[in-house]
Structures are given as C-alpha cells and as structure tokens.
Design a protein around this ligand. Structure first.
Ligand SMILES: [Zn+2]
Length: 320
C-alpha cells in the first residue's frame, strides 16, 4: 500500500515551517520560509502557497494539507486579527489559498497550540492517553484540551487558553487586558522583565556575568544559570514553576484531566521549572486527581506545529 503523506505547516509571525509528514508523525523533509508578515495578508498567503508548492515538487503522494496558525480559528475556518500579522482582519486562510493550489487537495486550518497538542496526541507523549491538557511555554502561553483523542474546541474554537487562567485578580497586567494571568508571569517577555528587575537586588548572581559576556537575559538563560548552580536562578524558576502549577491545578480540577503535557521552548527546563510546577500541581489539585496527576514533557519541540497540522489534516479528511 502506498504511504500516506500530508503537508504540515506552522505559520508563525516571522517563519513559516513546512514539512512532509508521514502518518506516524515523522518528517520526510522540511524547510523554513520568511513569513514577510509586514507585507500584509496577500503576501503571506502567497508565501504559504510557495512553501506548499516547493514540497509538492518532490512528487510524493500528498493526500492533504494542514496549517497551524496563530489565533483562534472559528467554526467557519476564519482567523481574526492574529497577533504579529499587521493588516489582517478576519481571514479564511483555506479559501484564500485554494486558487493557488491543486484543486483536489483538502486544506485544514487550526490554531497553532491545538495542532502542537494534536501531534502529542497522535504520535507523541500523549499517544497512549485519550485525555490531557497541553500547555506550550513561549512568548505567549498557549494551550489545548485533548478529549477522547481529539481537540476540544469549545463553542467557537477558542477553548484551552491556559495562559489566561488568572491566579491573582490584583496581579500583573496581561497582554489580554486582564490581571494575574499565568502568561503575565511565565510568558517569556514577562519572565525576562521580572528576572531583570530582581537581578538588580542580587549582585552575586551568575547571571550578571553571563549578561556581561553578551548573552541575552531570557528564560533559557535563567535555566542555564540554574543548571550551573546559581541560587538566584533556581529560586526564581521555582517560584515561577509553583505559580504555573497553581494555574494548572485550576485547569485539571475543572476538566478532570490527569495528565498535563508541557511543550514549547522552556519544556527542557525540566528540573528547576517543571519540577516545582509538578509539585505545586500535585499539592493543589483535588484529591481524586492529585493521587495520579502527571506532568510530562512533550515529545516534539520546534516541529510540533508542522507534524500536528499534517496529522490533523489526514484524520479530518478521512485519509487515515
Ligand atoms: Zn491574559
């Protein structure tokens, strides 16, 4: 039997990642393209089409195309005012792509965090679990609820916004306009700003030397310092992890999920961020959940969006 292949794309504000995805979640090949978001929606749609055509040129039997895009994808397949995409209002990406691509190829569009979660559900850390909560730690904090092996979209496609679970109504102001959202603590930008503020009071931290050597103060650098033994960094990450665990506890209590999978750029910060997050989650979850609730690191990192989008398109179009 001929192998079933999809094209999966992860459309980001600066880069479009595109790959040929096998049904087991492995990539045959992939490439990255500049999004050129500043040039507006028509230019971005043309770039996406170029990326797809470059993969079709290899002649592999592609059955479907899946795209992970920023922002909520509503039930009509439209995205509204995606962040970091100037000039975009309400856009139906699949409809706009259609004239640029071979007519017979089905196109599926879904939120980027949702497709990353789907990659874990079909071929990753959650492939033997039907129900879990997914959270992705990056500039923003995204999330998804996987229920019965599928993305739980809610009424209009916006479910799973873990990043905007508030842990303090008087807390720091979040990008969304509310206060105390977990994103306003552990989103990369917020975390870097807070670390910089506190570092001023801690002249002994190793981070000062790392920054003086030209490194940028971001959460990954804080984790590097923690691994190297820096107490400031360890305590800072432990505090952030504890807050993350509190937000996750609210989410698992609400949804009766017994598994949380963490993806994104910080998911490698296993010991000093996720360890405290795990303990905090176990401490705060209600008894029936805390006895066996697990927090695991995602299998896929940078490739998650491509792989999940490709797999989702194969499933939704009935190819697998
Ligand atoms: Zn928020």
């Amino acid at each position: 039997m001929e192998e079933t292949i999809a094209i999966g794309l992860d459309v980001g504000g600066t880069t479009i990642k595109a790959g040929l995805v096998r049904r087991d979640g492995t990539l045959i090949r992939h490439a990255a393209f500049d999004t050129r978001a500043a040039q507006g929606p028509d230019a971005v749609i043309e770039r996406i089409a170029e990326a797809i055509r470059s993969l079709l040129d290899g002649g592999e039997p592609v059955a479907s195309i899946g795209l992970g895009v920023p922002g909520v994808v509503n039930n009509r397949g439209e995205i509204s005012y995606p962040p970091n995409f100037p000039g975009w209002g309400v856009v139906n990406v699949a409809e706009r792509l259609r004239p640029h691509l071979p007519a017979q190829l089905p196109i599926v569009v879904e939120n980027d965090a949702n497709v990353a979660a789907y990659a874990e559900a079909r071929a990753g850390t959650g492939s033997s679990d039907q129900d879990f909560l997914f959270i992705t730690l990056g500039t923003g904090v995204g999330g998804c609820i996987i229920s019965g092996g599928n993305i739980w979209r809610g009424a209009t496609g916006g479910a799973g916004e873990v990043g905007h679970v508030s842990i303090d109504i008087n807390g720091p102001l979040c990008n969304c306009g509310a206060r105390g959202c977990i994103e306003a603590y552990i989103g990369h930008r917020y975390m870097a700003t807070e670390a910089a503020r506190r570092l001023e009071r801690d002249p002994d931290s190793l981070l000062h030397a790392m920054i003086a050597a030209g490194k940028e103060l971001d959460p990954k650098l804080v984790d590097e310092a923690a691994v190297a033994g820096d107490m400031f960094a360890r305590e800072f990450l432990a505090e952030m992890g504890t807050l993350l665990g509190a937000a996750l506890a609210s989410m698992v209590n609400m949804t009766d999920m017994h598994l949380v999978i963490v993806g994104g750029g910080l998911s490698h910060a296993e010991k000093y961020l996720l360890g405290p997050a795990r303990r905090s989650l176990q401490l705060r979850a209600i008894k029936s959940i805390s006895l066996d609730v697990e927090l695991r690191v995602a299998r896929f990192s940078n490739d998650a969006g491509m792989i999940g989008a490709g797999l989702l398109s194969l499933v939704l179009t009935g190819t697998v």
